[in-house]
Design a protein around this ligand. Structure first.
Ligand SMILES: [Zn+2]
Length: 407
């Protein structure tokens, strides 16, 4: 038996006037998802526990079968894992953005750009190396990631600081959180030192001359220790792979012992290498039991508020991921159970995530045509979800359902 989970990130949405009251998922042509749903089972899954932010990290951890209440320790340790940074048990990882801050007066700080103009990795690595050379101590170490996204590893106990994500403060005053950071002497020293090094770095002078946002500060957030998570094999008896363009997802996979497949040309947007991802999924199922395929594009289109791109992303998920994988499995005469769903909604009208339970379809190749008779959408999911047992309380329940086993 082969088990598959196919995720269109942020695919869920709200009815839109531009679409005569339909959602992008309803408006998109999704013949494969609809057919699987009609011949399979439709229900909803609660991916975001009450009180948790509806982030992709929390939601996808759920879809992998792990309860965030038990296993979520923060975003940075997952990204560190994806970068190959090994954390010791007493170390904490912080996300360390290179940002553009404006300090027009001594007391007020503004977040001009949470990404320092989406600085290139080439440039940012020079800056992070400079910081590691001049500002690291026994306790603080900088690890270079991609573009503006880096990691600060802190050894031992760290001074508490109520951190906030910098992208929540685009073009906004950050004086209040900045002062919270500066109230802790150890952080104050680090932040002032790093600012001085960055501001005086020739690379930043060049950026200013070229009219680009300089990376003149760091912003620390998303902190956590490495979660002690049992592997997918220990927990569910499965050996498998995870396919995604996104570091966060790769980090989740690394931590639960999944094989991470890096598909060339996987970009996280509608220009991604869909065929490469579908082929890779079919390939790993030749030797393994389980594959988790994540497609980022619908979420990105949602954040950018681009309706046509979101519809395109959903149609591509259907036509270029779900359809060829299904065809491949049928050609090989595999017996399989397949889930198609999303991690959360990313409504175009809100341009951010919500925590609604997500429509989920489950198709079993042995039970073809016994199914729900419904197309795959938020609305049909909500209808199915009203029935007794129609809404699964969490992703762990989804995993047991997929495996037809009890916890
Ligand atoms: Zn997501």
């Amino acid at each position: 038996m082969k088990y598959l989970i196919l995720v269109g990130d942020g695919m869920g949405d709200l009815p839109m006037p531009e679409l005569d009251g339909r959602t992008p998922l309803e408006a998109a042509k999704t013949p494969t998802l609809d057919s699987l749903c009609q011949r399979g089972e439709l229900f909803r899954t609660r991916t975001i526990p009450a009180g948790y932010p509806p982030g992709s990290d929390v939601a996808n951890l759920s879809l992998l079968g792990y309860r965030p209440e038990e296993y979520y320790t923060g975003r940075a340790p997952l990204e560190a894992a994806a970068m190959g940074v090994k954390l010791d048990a007493d170390e904490t990882a912080f996300r360390c953005n290179l940002v553009t801050l404006s300090r027009e007066t001594k007391s007020r700080v503004r977040m001009i750009d949470y990404s320092a103009g989406h600085i290139s990795s080439d440039e940012s690595h020079q800056l992070i190396e400079a910081l590691e050379r001049t500002c690291s101590t026994d306790r603080f170490h900088f690890k270079a990631g991609v573009s503006y996204r880096h990691i600060l590893v802190v050894g031992g106990d760290y001074p508490f600081m109520d951190t906030v994500p910098p992208h929540d403060y685009i073009e906004k005053d950050v004086t209040e959180p900045w002062q919270r950071y500066m109230a802790v002497p150890e952080w104050k020293e680090l932040l002032l030192k790093t600012s001085t090094v960055l501001e005086n770095h020739p690379l930043n002078q060049k950026r200013i001359q070229a009219g680009k946002n300089p990376a003149n500060g760091i912003w620390l957030w998303g902190e956590g220790k490495l979660p002690a998570v049992p592997s997918m094999f220990d927990r569910f008896g499965l050996r498998g792979s995870l396919i995604s363009a996104v570091d966060l997802l790769k980090g989740l996979g690394v931590n639960i012992g999944l094989n991470i497949i890096n598909v060339p040309g996987a970009t996280g947007y509608i220009d991604t290498n869909y065929k490469g991802k579908a082929d890779a999924a079919l390939d790993c199922l030749k030797t393994q039991d389980y594959v988790f395929v994540h497609v980022e594009a619908p979420d990105e289109a949602g954040h950018q508020g681009l309706l046509q791109d979101k519809i395109q992303a959903i149609e591509d998920f259907d036509g270029k991921i779900v359809a060829p994988i299904l065809r491949g499995l049928e050609e090989r005469k595999e017996t399989f159970r397949i889930i198609a769903t999303m991690d959360h909604y990313t409504p175009l009208s809100l341009r951010t995530h919500t925590d609604s339970p997500v429509p989920t379809l489950l198709y079993d190749s042995r039970e073809d045509k016994k199914g729900s008779g419904l197309n795959f959408s938020e609305k049909t999911g909500d209808i199915a979800g009203q029935e007794e047992g129609g809404t699964l309380p969490n992703g762990e329940a989804l995993m047991w359902k997929l495996l037809q086993r009890q916890a």
